[in-house]
Design a protein around this ligand. Structure first.
Ligand code: AFD
Ligand code: MN
Ligand code: MN
Length: 393
């Protein structure tokens, strides 16, 4: 058991109780790589069933009260009804993720395409998603563009930035008050030579040009190996342009594995910078979202594991003795400062989190509770026929 004084424990619990981690609708469906999508029994066949799975994750963890949608994967005729259904299950609809990367028209790009008609099509889809966000009550438009080039000379790099700025400007100017555009970057894939929003600097530059409702979305799987992601987080928090995260884990590329599974120390360092920079204060508006694809493992347990991994990293970050850290840093006590951080990281916070969960009225072991619930057996038995969610490959 972590021996921390009652006042500090209470403060820690207040922050952890308020933590909100959004799960992605697409992670409940079938997924895979360009080589194969492995179908699993019981996966949802429509947005309603995805929302039911997301609601189960929230019921068991207590800190996953919203689910991000992906359009058109989650297109429905009545978004207001979908919103009501979600709220009836105890969760809300979260970020709206436009999809301008899965139609033939987008072969040479979407918003950055050399073809004006394709750019029009892409911007219209983004505008549709703004309208959908208003119906779902979403406050985030989560924009990831797969746009890029495979060969030098294929297109004009600067002209593509002009097209990007023009397209985002049109969307930004149509956004209602209260909606934020989070512009996601990715250093490669599906384009292999150049990506039009490849890094945090490009995203930040466009966000600064657009206005205060545009912020950077940091997907933890979207950096070259060895990138110091926590530096990016600290910098963007200081610039008040950290819109949020797509948490996942990677060993080599955008692997979309369970958050914290590949490098729990990196996840802790990221959450330490978030905690130190005020990012856990709801008022700063940092969105903590998962973006994963559970290709070979059962979907809902993987999601529970991911939510708990982010929660665990947060708890450890909150255990950092900030006063001792500041003192050691000010004194140039290199080993002392590092030791303060490592003390927190090396603390087993699982007993503390079990206590927190009991305090919150949820099972101290969400994973065991899921396996006891019979939910997996129920969805496998009930979800027979129809078209399982996912994408072909
Ligand atoms: C892919 C992209 C990006 C995007 C996600 C959902 O790399 O992370 O946010 O799909 O559209 O993972
Ligand atoms: Mn992402
Ligand atoms: Mn990704």
């Amino acid at each position: 058991m972590t021996d921390i004084d009652p006042a500090r424990r209470a403060a820690l619990f207040d922050v952890l109780r308020a933590q909100r981690i959004e799960t992605p609708s697409w992670a409940y469906g079938n997924s895979g790589t360009r080589f194969k999508v492995f179908a699993q029994d019981g996966v949802p066949r429509n947005p309603i069933e995805k929302i039911e799975d997301a609601a189960k994750v929230h019921e068991l963890t207590g800190i996953a009260p919203s689910v991000a949608l992906h359009i058109p994967w989650d297109r429905v005729d009545d978004y207001a009804a979908l919103r009501t259904h979600a709220e009836g299950l105890g969760i809300t609809l979260g970020a709206i993720n436009p999809n301008v990367f899965q139609e033939d028209a987008y072969r040479l790009g979407s918003v950055c395409s050399p073809d004006a008609g394709v750019r029009r099509k892409a911007v219209d889809h983004l505008l549709d998603c703004v309208a959908i966000a208003e119906q779902t009550g979403s406050t985030v438009l989560s924009v990831w563009l797969a746009d890029g080039l495979n060969y030098p000379g294929q297109d004009d790099l600067r002209a593509r930035q002009d097209r990007l700025a023009e397209g985002l400007r049109e969307v930004y100017d149509q956004m209602p008050d209260g909606l934020r555009m989070l512009l996601e970057y990715k250093f490669f894939e599906p384009a292999f030579y150049a990506t039009d929003v490849p890094d945090w600097g490009t995203s930040l530059a466009h966000c600064l040009e657009l206005g205060p409702a545009a912020q950077v979305l940091v997907d933890t799987g979207h950096h070259a190996p060895g990138t110091n992601i926590e530096f990016i987080v600290a910098f963007l928090l200081r610039a008040k342009r950290l819109g949020g995260f797509h948490f996942n884990s990677r060993f080599y590329a955008d692997d979309d594995l369970i958050a914290g599974a590949a490098d729990p120390f990196q996840l802790f360092r990221i959450m330490h910078e978030v905690a130190q920079g005020g990012g856990l204060d709801r008022a700063t508006g940092v969105e903590f979202m998962l973006d994963q694809c559970h290709n070979i493992e059962p979907k809902i347990p993987a999601m529970i594991r991911s939510v708990c991994n982010v929660q665990e990293a947060t708890a450890k970050a909150l255990l950092v003795d900030s006063a001792a850290l500041r003192t050691a840093q000010a004194e140039g006590d290199v080993l002392g400062a590092n030791a303060v951080l490592m003390d927190a990281y090396n603390t087993d916070v699982r007993p503390l989190l079990a206590e927190l969960r009991e305090d919150m009225g949820v099972d101290p072991d969400p994973m065991a509770a899921y396996h006891r619930s019979g939910y997996q057996q129920r969805i496998v038995a009930e979800r027979v026929g129809g078209d399982a969610a996912g994408w072909g490959a």
